[in-house]
Ligand binder design. Structure first.
Ligand code: SF4
Length: 381
C-alpha cells in the first residue's frame, strides 16, 4: 500500500482521526470545515486553525434524519453533510464555511446554522460578476469580514505577514499539484488517476505542510515507476467538481480502457492556474487571484472567459480523444452547463459521453457497459 493510500483511508474515516490528531497536537486549536468547491483556506491557516474540506460522507453513512429537512431532488452531498452533523460526526469541528456555489449549498448553510446554533457557520459571498469594477474590492472586504470572524473565534489577531506566509505555503502545494497534473498529461501510464485522486483528496484533511511533503514524495515516486503503456483512449473527466465519485468508479473508468489525462475532481485543491502574489495587500491578492487566476468551473460565472471554451482548451492541451461527463445526480450547475459544453464539443468534433453517479453508489454494471461501449466505438471508429 502506498503512503497516499494510507492517508486516504485515514481521511475517509468519519471519526476524522487526522483532525483529532491535529487537535491533540494543538491544544485549544480550532478546526474549520469548508464545503466544496473553493474556500480561501489561507485565511483559516493564518488564524492558526486547520481548514478541512468536507466532501460528503460517500457510502459510509445511511441517511436517516437529513431526508426530513430536504426534498427528494437534492444531491447526496448536501444530505450526507447534514446527516454527519445530526449524528454527531461533526463534533471535532468548530466552524463550517459555505459559499455561493448553488441553491442547495446555500440552503444547507442556513439549515446548519439553525440546527447547530453553537457552531460558527458562515456564508462567503463570492462575486457573480467578475467584470464589475467593484468585484475585487467587494471580495477583499468579504475576506476581511470572514477573517474578522475567525479572529473573534480564535481570539487572535492575524497580520499581513502571517497571511503572506500562508499564501506562500498553499502556493507551493498547488504548484506541486500542477506539476503532477502535467506529469499525468505527459505520461498517464505513470500516474493512474485513481492514485492521483487519493493523493490530492488527502489535501482536504491534512495540514498543508504535511500534504506538501506527500506531494513531493509522489513527484519522485511516480516517474521512477516501470509502467507499461496500455492501449487506452485519453479522456478528460468533467462535472465532478463538488460531490465526488466513489473511488471504485474512477478505477472502473481506467479498467474500461481510459487514461484520464485531466479532470475536475477536488478542484478546490487546484483552483489557481498560477501563484498568488505574496507581496502587497494579501487580501487584495487573494481577491484578485480569485477573479483572474481561477480555473474555469460550473460554479464560477465569468463571461470574460466562457467555461465551454475552457473545456475545449483543456481537451486540446491534454491531447484527449474525448470527454466523459461524470455528473452527480441532481447537481444543477453541472446539468445546466452540460448543454453549452455539449454544443461546443460537437462544434469542435470532440466525442463525449454523459454519465450520472451518486457518492454512495457501489454497483456500476450499467456504467461499465456504457463506458466500454463508448471506448470501443472510438477505438474501432
Ligand atoms: S453537487 Fe452540485 S447541486 Fe450539490 S451542492 Fe454541489 S454544486 Fe450544489
Amino acid at each position: 500500500m502506498y503512503f497516499f493510500e494510507r492517508s486516504f483511508d485515514r481521511c475517509s474515516d468519519l471519526g476524522f482521526p487526522s483532525v483529532r490528531k491535529w487537535k491533540e497536537q494543538h491544544p485549544g486549536g480550532q478546526v474549520i470545515a469548508y464545503f466544496p468547491v473553493y474556500a480561501p483556506v489561507e485565511l483559516i491557516h493564518a488564524a492558526g486553525m486547520l481548514p478541512v474540506g468536507l466532501s460528503g460522507a460517500g457510502d459510509r453513512l445511511d441517511i436517516q434524519h437529513a431526508d426530513a429537512r430536504f426534498g427528494s431532488f437534492i444531491c447526496s452531498i448536501v444530505k450526507t453533510t447534514l446527516e454527519m452533523g445530526l449524528t454527531g460526526h461533526l463534533e471535532p469541528f468548530d466552524g463550517f464555511l459555505f459559499s455561493t456555489i448553488c441553491d442547495s449549498a446555500r440552503n444547507l448553510c442556513f439549515v446548519m446554522k439553525r440546527n447547530f446554533p453553537s457552531m460558527y457557520v458562515d456564508f462567503l459571498h463570492l462575486p457573480h460578476n467578475p467584470s464589475s469594477p467593484a468585484a475585487t474590492q467587494f471580495l477583499a472586504e468579504e475576506y476581511r469580514r470572514v477573517l474578522g470572524e475567525l479572529e473573534r473565534l480564535g481570539n487572535c489577531k492575524v497580520n499581513d505577514d502571517a497571511l503572506a506566509c500562508s499564501i506562500a505555503l498553499y502556493n507551493r502545494n498547488r504548484a506541486l499539484i500542477r506539476e503532477l497534473y502535467e506529469l499525468r498529461r505527459r505520461s498517464p501510464e505513470l500516474v493512474p488517476t485513481s492514485e492521483l485522486y487519493q493523493l490530492i483528496r488527502c489535501g482536504n484533511f491534512l495540514p498543508v505542510e504535511e500534504h506538501t511533503t506527500e506531494l513531493e514524495q509522489a513527484l519522485t515516486h511516480f516517474p521512477s515507476r516501470n509502467a507499461k503503456k496500455r492501449d487506452s483512449i485519453r479522456i478528460v473527466v468533467e462535472g465532478s467538481f463538488c460531490e465526488q465519485p466513489p473511488l471504485p468508479l474512477i478505477r472502473l473508468i481506467e479498467e474500461a480502457g481510459c487514461y484520464i489525462v485531466d479532470d475536475d475532481f477536488v478542484i478546490g485543491q487546484n483552483w489557481f492556474d498560477s501563484d498568488i502574489p505574496t507581496d502587497g495587500d494579501p487580501l487584495l491578492a487573494l481577491a484578485c487571484s480569485y477573479l483572474d487566476r481561477s480555473v474555469y468551473s460550473s460554479v464560477r460565472h465569468d463571461f470574460r472567459k466562457p467555461r465551454w471554451e475552457g473545456l475545449v482548451e483543456k481537451v486540446r492541451r491534454s491531447k484527449a480523444d474525448a470527454v466523459l461527463f461524470l455528473i452527480a445526480k441532481f447537481c444543477e450547475p453541472a446539468y445546466f452547463d452540460y448543454v453549452p459544453y455539449k454544443q461546443e464539443l460537437e462544434g469542435a468534433g470532440i466525442p463525449h459521453l454523459p454519465l450520472e453517479f451518486e457518492e454512495k453508489s457501489f454497483t456500476f454494471d450499467r456504467l461499465r457497459t456504457e463506458i466500454e461501449t463508448f471506448v470501443e466505438s472510438l477505438i474501432f471508429d
